[in-house]
Design a protein around this ligand. Sequence first.
Ligand SMILES: C=CC1=C(C)c2cc3[nH]c(cc4nc(cc5[nH]c(cc1n2)c(C)c5CCC(=O)O)C(CCC(=O)O)=C4C)c(C)c3C=C
Ligand SMILES: [Fe+2]
Ligand SMILES: [Fe+2]
Length: 340
Amino acid sequence: MIKTKKGILLVNLGTPDSPGTSDVRKYLREFLLDPRVLDIPAFNRYFLVNGIIAPFRAPRSGASYKEIWDKEKGSPLMYYSIRQKELLQEKLGDGYQVELAMRYQQPAIASALEQFRKEKVFHIRVLPLYPQYASASGGTVNQKVMEEVGKWQVVPEISFVNSFHDHPLMIETFADLGRKHNPSSYDHILFSFHGLPVRQLRKADPSGRHCQQVAGCCSRININNRYCYSAQCHDTARLIASRLDLPEERYTVCFQSRLGKTPWVEPYTSDVLKRLAAEGKKRLLVFCPAFVADCLETLYEVSTEYDEEFRALGGEKVQLVESLNDHPKWIDAMADLARY
Ligand SMILES: C=CC1=C(C)c2cc3[nH]c(cc4nc(cc5[nH]c(cc1n2)c(C)c5CCC(=O)O)C(CCC(=O)O)=C4C)c(C)c3C=C
Ligand SMILES: [Fe+2]
Ligand SMILES: [Fe+2]
């Protein structure tokens, strides 16, 4: 029997090369021209991205990226992902070869796969770094990998992780990170997930009649909705809350980062902030369990924008719980997901 290393391909979203407008525009164009992300007719997508989003959003997003950009290390999403790759390689040892890729921009999925081919690694497990499944996140990663290996003469033996929203070690890591902030000293706890257009949830519903059409459709996960993004988000939040002994009335699940005017999964985090401020709540602790590394959506949108929004409404503090980043228990969770 010929012994070879086993390959692990970690894939996260990607980030611009710099916070400069032209790099951010390049990044946004590649990202938003993906039909799994902006799932509208191709003509409308090209018009929206090239005519509106790239020219108008890029300078604004660039200014936000500047706020979180580290002078030496660059984008937080990138440097935490590199660290995760290094630590996972250390943990798994010589029997495995770990590569990191980004779905958009660099390092490209094709180059990471090429590394495996060069090293004669023909067993590969793909681990998209998104706990909850969405076609716009893990779905597009796995599709891209299939497209790339589909061009090879020898198609490798390959497996894909779809999602890991309830992985016990990941749940425990979020709970550990939350405990550091002493949740009982906050008036309310939010679990703020990245949002998703409602039409994408509907398309992922195998029955076509349940998700977003029946009240409370996905507040509980079951065999029929187990790959529903919203159902997985609610389940992740419920599991973290239960590790922290938080009763239901002490926390709210909500969704941030809406883009455009079409309906996205509700409740929107902004609306929840308004309701809580009106109820007289002053201090909020916010988990962002759709992300495994701190990034623009946590460090800027939550820590800066939502904090300012909430203070303007009479609140005192929005405190972000840091992401999984390089927490040793999260590296154990990754190793558990990776080993085969
Ligand atoms: C149609 C638009 C978008 C969908 C659908 C979407 C899904 C989605 N995104 C993530 C994770 C991340 N998104 C990030 C940034 C980001 N997301 C969108 C749009 C959609 N995302 C935009 C336009 C941006 C860019 C930033 C901005 O201009 O505001 C990031 C952060 C990247 C970074 O460099 O820090 C992450 C991570 C998930 C998990 C997801 C589906 C569930
Ligand atoms: Fe996003
Ligand atoms: Fe649903």
